[in-house]
Design a protein around this ligand. Structure first.
Ligand code: ADP
Ligand code: MG
Length: 742
């Protein structure tokens, strides 16, 4: 065809300095169009005010003794990227170990102190670049080594300053820093060339760009307009403008996201055929009466909220949040019994087989006298067992179905499915949830009816975050532990002081208590973990506690074997249970008061919290010992990665400081980011370019209120002043039909 191509699909190779080969390299990085280029947002900026002197950096880094002082602040201090401007004074290559070469570059900046840059890879490349006398902007995470009184940056990013840059720099111009991958660098795409590419692309793209936010909102929130914001991000005129530009883009991301949630919410709230349960349930009442404890006020409150939903005639979509041990299972079970008394099936879906089996066995124990049929549906079943279970489900004989993802495979035919309970929601996506609900709709022979859905999360997350993540769900929180619980005392212990832990174990066991010892997560493989636990158990038995009874449980054992050992532990046939992380879920022994976790620095925060939650379940004071290497306890710099080391220290410190799951989750979010903590990718949350879900709470709240208000005011965004917003929403949403497009 000979029609002129629109500017926006102009291939990058025609941009000056790029050419076919570099355009190809860029394409491999996912940068194909000029739009792709301008959406590569700078990850930072260099200017006179941002760069620090080596002397000042040394001072700041040295001051951060990891163990004392506020844990989070320390982490920020050691993990923050800095930029410095310095000249190369010396370059040295050294052979270390088996033919491995290390390149050390000494740099100076006139502040009287030197820093060293260390490179392990691409030695030839860096040797060539680092000519003595050349000036660079050096960006990286600094580490202070007390032994040598030395400030080191490992594999920092280097940008050479030529005359022109140096001049710009002197006059105070702020330069954007982009992420330049090794591949780009190899084909000659330097930071400077990339800046030039960006400049060209801005000229192409900005004239076609338009505002997508309603004007009234831009005005009331004093937002910079879109075109200007993009320009400021790439070609800043001041630091303050960068801030405003980022804020604007953040707001836009959140606003468009919340608008989608608002649409989904409206779609759900539109009257559909739900199930109207009666509030009273004979079986639920019988179960409550047979429990050896009283339900907490919080449990009763959430049950009330759930029952309100289930009796409303509208399908429930509710999130039940509660810390480890807050008693979510019993709440879910009572609701399932309500469904059964109303003549419906209930399904409970868990993320792992071990959790599913635990629920299955636990529920069976609880409902023994209630004439309820519980079945288990997991991947590891034999064909014939599975066939039987499927038949029981289809005939309606099964009342409660417990299982993993297997419960929503299409071969499962429910018979009047009334309630879906999903444990550990964050591992399931919105789409999966909807699919299960869809499947449930078809299980009613009279007319399609949408089952109620209750999702349970043990990851306590800040409320604003759950509003964002689960914006289409109502939220109930069990914010109270059963009253018999005492806060667990947690201590970090160095390897060399392990004898004191053994003493403590002895003392507690002498007074009739029991202990867990969790062994390291050294290897990914269950097999190796099991082996290490077995060896530890043997040496404990021989060398430390010859007189005590030690049981062992690990992932290589069958469910029956594990269950048998745990039963024996529960019956106090063992004093100590040595375990791998399999006990993270699925064991409940109130008489156990000590939890020892070895190599604790290797565990994630939420895992530590879950493990610790295995004790402190009875009325007795419980203790948790986090055993770690001596140098961790004293935070001496040894291991090579300052960031990881700092994160480990923060995790251990946090465990010592609090037992509050919400507080722990907040720290975890800061350390790992929501992506990893919440499984963001599966949860249907977009990958935000600008938003930091942890830090940006106020913007989240504002954007949410604005988005929901806009839709209340103009439900299909038909008003002319909302046309651009509508168009953008249509581009991004799945709920096109709601907006009146196919
Ligand atoms: P989670 O919320 O972590 O799933 P569980 O439902 O497994 O917690 O409950 C943890 C333990 O607390 C279980 O042994 C359960 O029987 C017990 N439990 C639940 N509710 C109460 C209560 N109100 N009082 C005392 N113990 C309770
Ligand atoms: Mg649970």
């Amino acid at each position: 065809m000979s029609t002129p191509q629109s500017a926006t699909i102009l291939p990058l190779q025609y941009i000056k300095g790029v050419g076919p080969r570099r355009a190809e390299t860029l394409a491999r990085e996912g940068i194909v169009t000029p739009e792709d280029v301008i959406w590569r947002i700078p990850r930072g900026y260099v200017d006179r005010t941002a760069a620090q002197s080596i002397a000042a950096l040394m001072q700041a880094t040295r001051a951060s003794n990891l163990w004392t002082g506020e844990a989070e602040a320390q982490h920020r201090a050691v993990s923050a990227e800095v930029s410095l401007i310095a000249t190369i004074a010396d370059v040295r290559q050294r052979t270390v170990g088996k033919g491995k070469t290390m390149l050390t570059v000494v740099v100076q900046d006139g502040s009287g102190v030197e820093a060293q840059l260390v490179f392990w890879n691409q030695i030839a490349y860096y040797t060539k670049r680092c000519r003595v006398g050349a000036a660079f902007v050096i960006s990286g995470v600094p580490e202070y080594d007390a032994r040598w009184n030395q400030l080191t940056l490992h594999h920092p990013e280097l940008e050479e300053l030529d005359e022109e840059d140096a001049e710009r720099y002197r006059t105070g111009t702020t330069l954007p820093k982009y992420t330049i991958t090794q591949g780009m660098r190899n084909s000659g795409i330097t930071m400077r060339l990339f800046r030039t590419i960006v400049e060209h692309c801005l000229d192409i793209v900005l004239p076609t760009m338009h505002e997508v936010l309603p004007e009234a909102i831009c005005r009331s929130a004093s937002l910079m307009n879109r075109t200007q914001a993009i320009r400021e991000l790439h070609q800043p005129t001041s630091l303050e403008h960068i801030q405003r530009a980022r804020f604007r883009m953040k707001y836009e991301e959140l606003f468009m996201f919340e608008l989608q949630l608002a649409v989904r919410r409206r779609t759900q709230k539109a009257p559909v055929n739900g199930l109207k349960f009666a509030a009273k349930s004979r079986r639920a009442r019988m179960l409550v009466e047979s429990l050896p404890f009283e339900l907490t006020v919080a449990q009763r409150r959430v049950i009330h909220e759930i029952v309100e939903d289930m009796t409303s005639g509208q399908p429930m979509n509710r999130l039940l949040q509660g810390d480890v041990g807050s008693g979510k299972t019993i709440v879910a079970l009572l609701c399932m019994l309500n469904a059964i008394d109303n003549g419906y099936q209930a399904v409970l879906m868990a993320p792992t087989e071990i959790l599913a089996e635990q629920h299955y066995h636990g529920i069976q124990r609880l409902i023994r006298d209630l004439d309820v049929c519980v079945v288990n549906l997991i991947g590891a079943q034999t064909k014939s067992a599975r066939r039987d279970v499927l038949a029981q489900i289809a005939s309606g004989e099964a009342n409660i179905i417990v299982g993993t993802h297997a419960v929503f495979e299409s071969e499962v035919a429910y018979n009047k499915l009334g309630l879906i309970v999903i444990d550990e929601q964050h591992r399931f996506g919105v789409a999966q949830r909807q699919k299960l609900q869809q499947q449930g709709r078809a299980s009613h022979d009279d007319a399609p009816r949408t089952p109620h859905v209750l999702v349970m999360s043990a990851t306590p997350i800040p409320r604003t975050l759950s509003m964002t993540l689960y914006g289409d769900l109502d939220v109930s929180v069990i914010d109270q532990l059963p009253s018999n619980r005492k806060p667990i005392r947690t201590t970090v212990v160095a390897d060399s002081a392990i004898a004191s832990v053994f003493d403590m174990i002895r003392r507690e066991i002498a007074s009739g208590r029991q202990a867990y010892m969790v062994y390291p997560l050294v290897e990914k493989s269950e097999k190796v973990q099991a082996k290490s636990a077995i060896e530890h158990a043997e040496s404990l038995q021989q060398d430390v506690f010859p007189d005590l009874r030690i049981g062992i449980v690990h992932g290589q054992m069958s469910w029956d074997e594990k269950e048998r050992v745990m039963q024996l532990f529960l019956q106090r046939e063992y004093d100590i249970l040595v375990a791998t992380t399999v006990i993270e879920v699925g064991i409940d022994v109130p008489n156990a008061t000590i939890m020892v976790i070895e190599n604790a620095e290797r565990f994630g925060l939420s895992q530590l919290h879950q493990l610790r939650g295995r004790v402190g379940r009875g009325g007795d004071q419980s203790y948790c010992y986090l055993v770690t290497k001596d140098h961790m306890r004293h935070a001496i710099n040894r291991s090579s990665n300052a960031q990881e080391r700092a994160a480990s220290v923060v995790r251990l410190r946090t465990m010592e400081e609090t037992t509050d799951g919400f507080a722990i989750a907040e720290v975890d979010l800061k350390l790992r980011g929501p992506g990893d903590v919440l499984g963001v990718r599966q949860s249907g949350l977009p990958e935000f370019r600008f938003v930091d879900l942890v830090q940006d709470t106020p913007v989240i709240v504002r954007a949410r209120n604005d988005a929901f208000a806009l839709l209340d005011h103009d439900p299909q965004l038909r008003k002319p002043e909302h046309a651009a917003t509508r168009e953008e929403l249509i581009r991004v949403t799945e709920h096109k039909s709601f907006l009146g497009v196919a």
